[in-house]
Write a protein that binds this ligand. Structure first.
Ligand code: MD6
Ligand code: FE
Length: 222
């Protein structure tokens, strides 16, 4: 017998952190997390290998592989001119559907995804020592929301304000399967990842060590 009161019955309230910024804990099932982890390993072996971007001469501790458009500080290109010159993998149709569903579920508005067509994904890998400083996502020409998915180890996520990279900010934990959406008045909020919590990935998520973060964006480029 299958039960109506399985794991997905557990309370997973979405929470607005600020106007336009919503955290949806446990949005992805373990099976979905595992499937995305398997795709991650394919992307890493793709035409453009995962790499630590160099920002003002310093390698980031986070490593990144991109789909659709290649991100490098501070621009998007089709070819990874700072890696091996190859064109990045196409942005898959299923990711457009995933992004639309994310907006519907984050807002509760069944129409929220109708005009949303993300065209790039930045896929970040954090080992246990990786972190990301406070930054704004401002290399896109579009003001459409950013959809963020987390898989593997939990991390501390620092959500700040749109004016300075310092306080006021709020620290929240992002766990495997969590969705976070940045849109509207929060689209240009400063944010960062002070630390990853090693050994916190749930069994069955497909990633034994470290953390994957996938962000879907609309570049506004063509
Ligand atoms: C991360 N994320 O979660 C890094 N940016 O590892 C981001 O920088 C980010 O989660 C824009 C919107 C959501 C995010
Ligand atoms: Fe960001």
């Amino acid at each position: 017998m299958t039960t109506l009161f399985g794991d997905d019955f557990l309370e997973r309230p979405r929470r607005d952190i600020a106007p336009g910024a919503t955290h949806v804990p446990g949005w992805l099932s373990l099976q979905q997390q595992h499937w995305l982890s398997d795709r991650f390993r394919e992307w890493v072996d793709g035409p453009v290998p995962i790499r630590a971007a160099r920002v003002r001469g310093h390698e980031m501790s986070v490593r990144t592989v991109c789909l659709g458009w290649h991100w490098q500080p501070y621009k998007y290109t089709r070819e990874a001119t700072d890696v091996n010159g190859n064109r990045v993998l196409d942005f898959p149709d299923w990711m457009v559907r995933l992004g639309r569903k994310a907006l519907v579920d984050a807002t509760g508005d069944p129409r929220a995804g109708d005009d949303y067509t993300p065209d790039t994904a930045l896929v970040n890998y954090y080992d246990e020592n990786a972190h990301m400083g406070m930054h704004q996502d401002s290399d896109e020409r579009s003001t459409a929301p950013v959809v963020s998915l987390s898989i593997g180890d939990s991390c501390q996520f620092r959500f700040g304000n749109t004016v300075t990279r310092t306080k006021p900010y709020e620290d929240i934990d992002l766990a495997s399967g969590d969705l976070f959406v940045f849109g509207g008045p929060s689209r240009l909020a400063f944010h960062g990842i002070p630390k990853v919590y090693p050994g916190t990935a749930p069994d069955g998520c497909g990633l034994a060590h470290g953390r994957i973060n996938i962000t879907l964006r609309v570049t506004g480029l063509s």
